[in-house]
Ligand binder design. Structure first.
Ligand SMILES: [Zn+2]
Length: 119
């Protein structure tokens, strides 16, 4: 993949990351105002996982997305971006344009979904 192409995917990823982080900031501010006592009462029962979710103020989907975006940025830094993690082949640029954080090529993704192990 050309460097300019990677740069443009990187910009897309950074923009998505910024949007997600902005959401976190907003909802954390809201949580501070309203529900801290309530949360403390149930803290004994809540798992770390649940607490962290509250703290981050993101839905499951958004958290997964943020992680995927960060992983993709890491792959750019390591020079591995755009390669399928499963079979090592080049992920189609059209696929990356739609999903810049994609880590599987379309064939492996389809296989994964058939096996029912996908997220
Ligand atoms: Zn693949």
């Amino acid at each position: 993949m050309r460097k300019t192409q990677i740069e443009s995917f990187k910009k897309m990823l950074l923009a998505q990351k910024a949007t997600l982080l902005e959401k976190v900031k907003n909802s954390v501010d809201m949580n501070k105002e309203s529900s801290s006592d309530e949360v403390r009462d149930t803290a004994d029962f809540a798992s770390d996982y649940y607490e962290r979710e509250l703290a981050m103020g993101l839905s499951e989907t958004e958290r997964v997305r943020l992680q995927e975006v960060e992983d993709a940025l890491e792959r750019i830094d390591k020079g591995k971006y755009g390669k399928c993690e499963e079979c090592g082949s080049q992920i189609a640029p059209q696929r990356l344009e739609a999903l810049p954080f994609a880590k599987l090529c379309i064939e492996c993704k389809a296989k994964e979904e058939k096996n029912g192990t996908s997220m």
